[in-house]
Design a protein around this ligand. Structure first.
Ligand code: NAD
Ligand code: MG
Length: 388
């Protein structure tokens, strides 16, 4: 067998939950991957440590006030240091890497990912908000530039894995599993009092703060329905959500003959990260294995969208399309931020998102500029509502 060249990886958001786990995967496979770009928003200490360990070509620190510190700490190396939001796009266009792991959280990940696609870079996509905001444009540009978009989100990785070898076969529906988060089975009279610390305790996954809150409100599953629509070219009616509290089945595909394929394993993001980096190969590893004897009771139930209204709002956005998912995403980012700062309570998040969705003018086929504008308008509207 001929030797496979080392894949040069750019991790946008290297200091986050996905980013650090991706670096663990790279460190375990130095013959397969090298980390060539690392970026962080404000965690300069960790970025410096990562740069000293992995010796990338370039690092970017988003917060410009931290540039001098990073530059000085790396003075004895030949790592290039950039700072500021614009640099993310400049670096995304560089020749020094082959594949971008898009692991920035939220809308901030959109522009660098677009830039990488326009430069023909393969994308391993963790940042689901990118597809929620402008999925039509992202997927169209990916096709135009012959760029693969490989999902990292565990549900979408599961579906992607189920679809290998099935290119000619029609999908009847995809079934996204959801753990239900820490408040599964709870009702609004309970949710009204839950605090930040409680919402940040996810039963099955350890993740960044924003996605952990989104998992508690079920907005995360709503974002994932929209993500699935674009990744797999599905109609909204073909996407179903089922609560599966154990997070062992990561999602399923039902084909037109009724057969259902599922991808299973313990909840561990390193597996979908490794799969996306190495695709189409699988790599041997020592991650803990699922044991039927230990977890032998898998359950499935309908989501309670009357209580977890964010999921109902996301379903509305999924069906209506246009700029509504973008508006919803922007309002959600503002609401989650306000909740994390203890400025609003758990259920207020839904009210702010709903009112923003009702008030920002609908655009059926937005241009990229119109998505940017809708995002800005929705943020301002939601922030005014919450009085941030
Ligand atoms: P995180 O908060 O742990 O990390 C976010 C990263 O983005 C950090 O490196 C941070 O420095 C960077 N960042 C934050 N704001 C930025 C900005 N304005 N500009 C530039 N960089 C910025 O988040 P995470 O949990 O790793 O999630 C990252 C993305 O992956 C999210 O879109 C999330 O939905 C998705 N995802 C995460 C998981 C998970 O297990 N953590 C699972 C599935 C999908
Ligand atoms: Mg997920």
């Amino acid at each position: 067998m001929s030797e496979i060249p080392i894949k040069r990886i750019a991790i946008f958001g290297s200091t986050g939950s996905i980013g650090t786990q991706a670096l663990d995967v790279i460190a375990a496979n130095p013959d397969k991957f090298s980390a060539e770009v690392l970026t962080a928003h404000s965690n300069d200490e960790l970025l410096i440590q990562q740069a000293l360990k992995f010796n990338p070509n370039v690092v970017v620190i988003g917060d410009e006030s931290r540039y001098a510190k990073v530059k000085q700490a790396l003075a004895s190396t030949d790592v290039k240091v950039f700072a500021g939001e614009k640099s993310l796009e400049e670096v995304a266009a560089m020749d020094c890497y082959d594949l971008m792991l898009a692991a920035i959280v939220g809308y901030a990940g959109l522009r660098p990912t677009l830039k990488a696609i326009s430069h023909g870079k393969a994308i391993a996509l963790a940042n689901k908000e990118t597809l929620v905001v402008a999925g039509d444009i992202i997927m169209r540009k990916a096709v135009e530039n012959k760029v693969p978009v490989i999902p990292v989100d565990s549900e979408h990785s599961a579906i992607f894995q189920c679809l290998v070898g099935e290119t000619r076969n029609r999908i009847e529906k995809i079934i996204l599993t959801a753990s239900g988060g820490p408040f599964l089975g709870r009702k609004p009279n309970y949710l009204v009092n839950v605090k930040r610390e409680h919402a940040l305790q996810h039963p099955n996954w350890t993740m960044g703060a924003k996605i952990t809150i989104d998992s508690a409100t079920l907005m995360n599953k709503g974002l994932e329905m929209i993500e699935a629509k674009w990744l797999f070219n599905m109609k909204p009616e073909q996407i179903q959500v089922v609560i599966h509290a154990q997070s062992i089945i990561h999602s399923m595909v039902q084909f037109e003959d009724g057969s259902i394929k599922a991808q299973m394993g313990l909840p561990d993001m390193k597996l979908p990260i490794q799969y996306a980096l190495a695709f189409p190969r699988r790599i041997k590893n020592d991650f803990p294995r699922y044991d039927f004897k230990k977890i032998n009771n898998l359950s499935f139930e309908e989501p309670d969208i009357k209580t977890f209204r964010n999921l109902a709002l996301a379903q509305e956005a999924l069906h209506k399309g246009g700029n509504l998912p973008c508006v919803m995403n922007a309002a959600n980012e503002i609401a989650v931020y306000a909740f994390l700062k203890n400025r609003i309570n758990f259920l207020d998040m839904t009210d702010a998102i709903e009112k923003t969705m009702q008030n920002i003018p609908f655009i059926e086929k937005p241009t990229l500029e119109e998505y940017f504008d809708s995002d800005g308008e929705a943020r301002n509207f939601a922030a005014d509502l919450i009085k941030l």
